[in-house]
Design a protein around this ligand. Structure first.
Ligand code: SF4
Ligand code: SF4
Length: 235
């Protein structure tokens, strides 16, 4: 019997995930169009790409890690996320790191930024614009985790229906385009070379199995770090 008949395709598996909700609407259409522009469609099946985009309602741990690693590389530093009227949650350790980065004391930075303690022990800093913004982020290498996690965190929430799509950030679509293209290519490979796909899936499983002693956030941090290293080698 042919291997393809025995193994559900990667997209099929994702779309059969419990609680799966397709990514749809104007944001999905835009991501789909951008993916077409990026891919050589002569060698691609349009349905694979359509399914890859609608399957973005479910993201795998490795894909989430890839998004975090990638956004660090492709952020244009346009500053749109730094000038919104919002408050930012900054753990004390991160505020201390920023103080160290700008060679000042924690006390002074607290005063300068009007950081206020929150009930959960972190600090609240208003962003409109952010006190570290001066035409660009002045503390970029030491910026808080909340900034490092943008727009991926918001994308994840929006795909789960818990937040608006972060359309003000110009790299949001690009992050999803990367994942959609990867999925469409995997689907094509599954048809053309199923044995290789099975081998790769096994390798991925073994790789993740080695991280068994880690909790979820340690595993994610490890994977992000690994992707960052790979991306840096490629750049
Ligand atoms: S809005 Fe997006 S692209 Fe602009 S600085 Fe923020 S994360 Fe980077
Ligand atoms: S710390 Fe930097 S990246 Fe974060 S909101 Fe402020 S200026 Fe923007």
């Amino acid at each position: 019997m042919h291997v393809m008949e025995e193994q559900p395709s990667p997209l099929h598996k994702l779309m059969q995930t419990e609680g799966f909700k397709p990514f749809s609407g104007p944001d999905a259409i835009r991501v789909y169009r951008k993916s077409i522009q990026r891919l050589n469609m002569e060698n691609m099946d349009e349905n694979d790409l359509l399914n890859a985009v609608s399957s973005l309602g479910v993201l795998l741990e490795t894909e989430i890690a890839l998004m975090y690693a990638l956004q660090d590389q492709i952020c244009t530093r346009c500053g749109k996320c730094c000038t919104v009227n919002k408050s930012m949650r900054v753990p004390k350790t991160e505020l201390k790191q920023i103080a160290e980065h700008v060679k000042t004391s924690y006390k002074k930075i607290k005063k300068q930024t009007r950081a206020r303690p929150r009930r959960d022990g972190t600090m609240r800093i208003k962003r409109s614009p952010c006190p570290f913004y001066d035409e660009e982020c002045t503390v970029y290498p030491a910026r808080p985790g909340e900034c490092r996690g943008y727009p991926a965190n918001m994308l994840l929430k929006s795909l789960g229906g818990k937040a608006e799509y972060p359309s003000d950030c110009e790299i949001s679509d690009d992050l999803l385009v990367e994942i959609a293209i990867k999925r469409a290519l995997e689907e094509k490979m599954h048809r053309e070379n199923p044995e290789l796909m099975i081998e790769l899936a096994e390798k991925k499983k073994r790789d993740l199995g080695r991280l068994g002693g880690m909790n979820q956030s340690q595993r994610l941090a490890y994977l992000v770090n690994r992707y960052q290293k790979t991306l840096n080698q490629g750049s």
